[in-house]
Write a protein that binds this ligand. Structure first.
Ligand code: HEC
Length: 277
């Protein structure tokens, strides 16, 4: 350690002999009595934090190598036998390790904020309004509890919104997502049911099954026009009325529908022409 010797001499020239002695005895190779000579103490460790932001739940478990008989100090605090320091808030820490001769090493550690979702139980409930079978009239109103600052979306493809109500939903299965201000997310599976078929529509379905089915049902319906699905009847209701009531061109080849059969169709359409009517 040539630099130590030089520094020593220079300091001694200005008269600080004692200071010089201390300085050289700690680091110089020209002091065979120095117990720390040739000893390099390294401090390593593991950091954990299980709590949320701001909580004193972090811990550092430090180990030292390069010598033996270590004691440990956190941020210049008192030395202790254990290398574990607990109940720490997030931040930067220095741990020093000292062996029996007072030789020291140190390591720097950062305790990060813990999982902000730890210890939270977010619960989602939903008020569900059923949908018209062949329309989009369903509603979902979400209530989330267990945290604050909630945002909501429907399905993974949805966009988060602050409003907790979703409207114009068709009858289907949905996944409700709720996340709080920290981004802690919970999901809930729900089903928006379809409103049951109403009596007027049920009568129309029965009529079509008896008078139109040979040509407009099955896997190969006439001209691709199928009335096998309830919603196909709802969608084509005006065309059905035109052909079977107003023009009398359907059933094709006749006979035309009688007055009571026509009334079944017109009554239904007059009531709204929905599956629920
Ligand atoms: C014997 C077979 C047959 C029966 C029964 C039949 N259809 Fe048709 N339907 C057809 C054919 C064929 C077409 C294709 C257009 C055409 O040839 O006039 C058609 C077309 C239609 C169309 C579409 C018309 C257009 O131009 O957009 C409607 C609506 C329709 N049918 C309603 C009905 C209804 C309602 C009934 C029962 C009350 C019925 N059909 C019974 C054969 C039939």
């Amino acid at each position: 350690m040539l630099t130590a010797i030089l520094r020593c001499r220079r300091i001694s020239f200005v008269g600080l002999t004692l200071l010089c002695f201390l300085s050289c005895s700690k680091s110089g190779t020209d002091n065979p009595g120095n117990p720390c000579e040739g000893i390099t103490i390294a401090v390593n460790g593991t950091v954990t934090n299980t709590g949320g932001p701001g909580s004193a739940t972090g811990s550092i478990t430090a180990t030292a190598s390069g010598s033996s008989g270590f004691t440990f100090s956190l941020n210049n605090g008192p030395f202790q036998a254990s290398g574990t320091f607990s109940n720490l808030v997030a931040g930067a820490y220095t741990i020093r390790a000292k062996n029996g001769d007072g030789c020291m090493g140190s390591g720097s550690f950062t305790v990060a904020d813990g999982d902000p979702c730890a210890g939270k139980t977010i619960t989602v409930t939903a008020d569900i309004g059923s949908s018209e079978k062949c329309g989009k009239t369903g509603t979902i109103t979400v209530t989330a509890s267990g945290s604050t600052g909630f945002m909501y979306r429907l399905n993974a493809s949805g966009t988060y919104q602050a409003a907790n109500t979703f409207t114009q939903l068709e009858a289907d299965n949905y996944t409700i997502y709720a996340k709080d201000a920290a981004g802690c997310e919970t999901t809930k599976q729900v089903t928006v049911p379809a409103v049951a078929n109403g009596p007027l529509f049920t009568a129309v379905v029965t009529l079509i099954n008896s008078k139109c089915s040979g040509c407009h049902t099955g896997s190969n319906p006439t001209s691709g026009i199928s009335f096998a699905a309830d919603c196909a009847i709802v969608e084509k209701k005006n065309n059905i009325k035109t052909q079977a009531v107003d023009l009398g061109t359907m059933p094709k080849g006749g006979p035309a529908l009688g007055a009571s059969d026509k009334k079944i169709i017109t009554d239904w359409i007059a009531a709204g022409g929905r599956a629920s009517d």
